[in-house]
Design a protein around this ligand. Structure first.
Ligand code: HEC
Ligand code: HEC
Length: 323
């Protein structure tokens, strides 16, 4: 049958064609819907992973509550102050993690990891009942212990309960079991000439090439206004994992409108948030505790920040107004 443009004899074949297309689309739609409801399709799901009595689901909630991603990445999302945690469990194992999370002020030593091996959860999970067997199974834990054991870390000492630690381990166990399709990619540094191209644990970094005599100081940095420098410093130092730049409560109080305001302290007194108070709050946070907030959660930055950096952060805090 032939039909000219607009001819009424075309009506029937066109309608039939449209119906066939509609039927085909319906079949595809239904098939894909069924596919999307199929369980996990070979991917690990958090509800299947436990560590002792703890579930990965609970651990995810703890991970969010402490805003770990304010400093760490998980499958590429998050911040870069701390190392990526996606494959952390697989690398160092649960005993190292239990020792580390409980004493975030310091890197675990062999003794600390050995103490964790007494926990039946550990033995059930790893099958290792001696430190030698454990370190054989998790060689990265041995490297961590040897390289850093007993030294202080930059990770804030978060006040985890024992249950929270177990839950976090369950969550990290899950992320280690995820199929990340090859992420993160392996960094290839062979043949690159860069001062960071240094094997972990190498004795000493090669001395940076000396600046040519009489070279001008870095102009870009010097010209930076302190408040702008402060804005960068609070990012670099992970402060904004715990503090909002408006009045929102995170782990710590929001900074919006803080400068020159009246702060109620846990001991019932009130203090004006002047420069001296702000400096002290950064360098020795436990000297005055804000009412309604936990003590000892904020790390003391007195050994981490230089004088001019603290001044820059205080200058930045001045600029944050009440929203
Ligand atoms: C304020 C920033 C910050 C927050 C928040 C934070 N971390 Fe960290 N974390 C760090 C830094 C920095 C390091 C690296 C420490 C170092 O190298 O001295 C680290 C290291 C670690 C390590 C050891 C990594 C390694 O080297 O093997 C683990 C595990 C870890 N953090 C877990 C967590 C978990 C879980 C949370 C949330 C409950 C969390 N962190 C929250 C900053 C943070
Ligand atoms: C691990 C979470 C955490 C990190 C990281 C952190 N703080 Fe805090 N901060 C707190 C908590 C909790 C308080 C309230 C308890 C107290 O007074 O110590 C606080 C209090 C403060 C206060 C006093 C606030 C007020 O309302 O009086 C200032 C200022 C402050 N922090 C600045 C900083 C700066 C700057 C950094 C980064 C260099 C930083 N904090 C990093 C948790 C954190």
């Amino acid at each position: 049958m032939s039909c000219g443009i607009g001819g009424s004899s075309c009506e029937t074949p066109r309608r039939r064609g449209a119906l066939v297309m509609l039927a085909a689309m319906t079949v595809i739609f239904v098939a894909l819907s069924v596919f999307s409801f199929m369980k996990s399709r070979g991917q690990t799901t958090p509800d299947t992973i436990t560590y002792g009595k703890y579930t990965a689901d609970e651990g995810k909630r703890v991970f969010q509550a402490y805003n770990c991603m304010g400093c760490h990445t998980m499958v590429g999302n998050g911040a870069y102050l701390g190392p990526d945690l996606t494959g952390e469990y697989k690398r160092v194992g649960p005993a190292w993690l239990a020792a580390f999370l409980a004493s975030a002020g310091g890197w675990p030593t062999t003794g600390a990891v050995r103490a964790q091996l007494l926990d039946p959860n550990q033995q059930a999970d790893t099958g290792a009942d001696s430190i030698d067997a454990y370190l054989k199974k998790f060689p990265d834990a041995a490297v961590q212990i040897e390289r850093r054991g007993g030294k202080t870390t930059m990770m804030p000492n978060l006040p985890f309960s024992k249950d929270e630690i177990g839950q976090l381990i369950a969550y990290l166990k899950y992320t280690s079991a995820m199929n990340t399709e090859g992420w993160p990619p392996k960094v290839e540094v062979e043949g690159l000439d860069h001062r960071l191209q240094l094997a972990h644990g190498a004795a000493a970094a090669p001395a940076a090439p000396a600046a040519p005599a009489g070279a001008a100081p870095e102009p870009a940095r010097a010209a930076l206004d302190p408040a702008m420098q402060g804005a960068q410093l609070v990012k670099d130092n992970g402060c904004i994992a715990c503090h909002a730049t408006d009045e929102k409560r995170l782990v710590g109080p929001g900074w919006g409108g803080l400068y020159n305001s009246k702060v109620h302290l846990a001991d019932g007194s009130t203090v004006t948030a002047d420069d001296a108070y702000l400096r002290e709050s950064i360098l020795k946070p436990n000297a005055k505790i804000v009412a309604g907030y936990p003590a000892s959660v904020m790390p003391a930055y007195d050994s981490l920040l230089k004088e001019d950096q603290v001044n820059a952060i205080v200058a930045y805090l001045h600029t944050l107004e009440k929203q």
